[in-house]
Design a protein around this ligand. Structure first.
Ligand code: NDP
Length: 247
């Protein structure tokens, strides 16, 4: 029998747009309490206001996932406000494609800091609380790029491969605490993600591909809902999905 998510406390990083925003709205509409983090507080507040106006429960805290203290503060806020944390969705991410020879080292650093270290900080922030509760679910966002490497996508792909390694290691280490671990690996989804690419050739190529192939962000929200509504003894370890038209 699937679980009801009414009253479940769900923390989402990168909730100000795209997949995080769509998931916050979807889960709140099913009765979950959503605690939202990202850097753009105006965007977060608008989402919170709209969820509350529709009768849902939500709060937001400005969070930069490259700062461990910010991620801890977000989780602490969820626990102090609602007494527990059921799900941590480590979703914040950045994709800046460019060939290695362009030496966009600042962008490599940003992707490593946000995609990889941000995910680890999310785990660090929830693990003590989830251990003491003896329940909890960590969902990390990888990608089709976590399964294969594409030219100009080397560093992004490396971070998304790493997210899968971290998630699987987490799963193996925490099963005795009754914790669940899910990796969601989407293909092209229509969000702001490609807008951060500064290399013009990569931007053109990816922009054209997304314009023709990308599917809506609620596809992701439905998969999160599916994973978290499984019975307590069922752990959906990984979901890999993409637009039907994507090679
Ligand atoms: P968006 O660009 O729309 O959303 C990214 C989110 O991450 C924003 O809310 C942004 O908020 C947040 N973010 C970025 N940097 C930071 C930071 N330092 N601290 C906190 N939050 C941050 O893209 P998506 O919704 O598509 O991306 C969500 C996740 O999905 C990413 O991990 C991405 O890699 C992954 N993904 C997306 C795919 C797609 O095709 N869209 C495919 C596969 C995976 P703010 O700027 O306000 O901080």
């Amino acid at each position: 029998m699937t679980q009801d998510i009414q009253g479940k406390v769900i923390v989402i990083t990168g909730a100000s747009s795209g997949l995080g925003e769509a998931t916050a709205r979807h889960l709140a509409s099913h009765g979950a309490i959503v605690v939202l983090g990202a850097r753009r507080m105006d965007r977060l507040q608008k989402i919170v206001d709209e969820i509350q106006a529709a009768g849902g429960k939500a709060l937001a805290l400005q969070t930069d996932v490259t700062r461990q203290a910010d991620v801890q503060a977000l989780v602490d806020k969820a626990v102090s406000s609602y007494g527990k944390i059921d799900v941590m969705l480590n979703n914040a991410g950045l994709m800046q494609q460019s060939p290695l020879e362009k030496l966009k080292i600042d962008e490599w650093d940003n992707m490593i800091d946000i995609n990889l270290k941000g995910t680890l900080y999310g785990i660090a922030a929830v693990l003590p609380q989830m251990k003491s509760q003896q329940f909890g679910h960590v969902i990390n966002v990888s990608s089709v790029a976590g399964h294969k490497v594409t030219p100009a996508g080397t560093v992004y792909c490396a971070t998304k491969h790493a997210v899968r390694a971290i998630s699987e290691g987490f799963r193996q280490e925490v099963k005795d605490y009754n914790l669940r671990s899910t990796i969601i690996s989407p293909g092209a989804i229509d969000t702001e993600l490609p807008s951060h690419i500064t290399d013009s050739e990569s931007s053109e190529a990816i922009g054209g591909f997304y314009a023709s192939a990308a599917i809506p962000a609620d596809s992701f929200a439905r998969i999160v809902y599916f994973a978290i509504t499984q019975p307590e003894d069922v752990d959906i370890n990984e979901v890999l999905y993409r637009p039907t038209s994507q090679p």
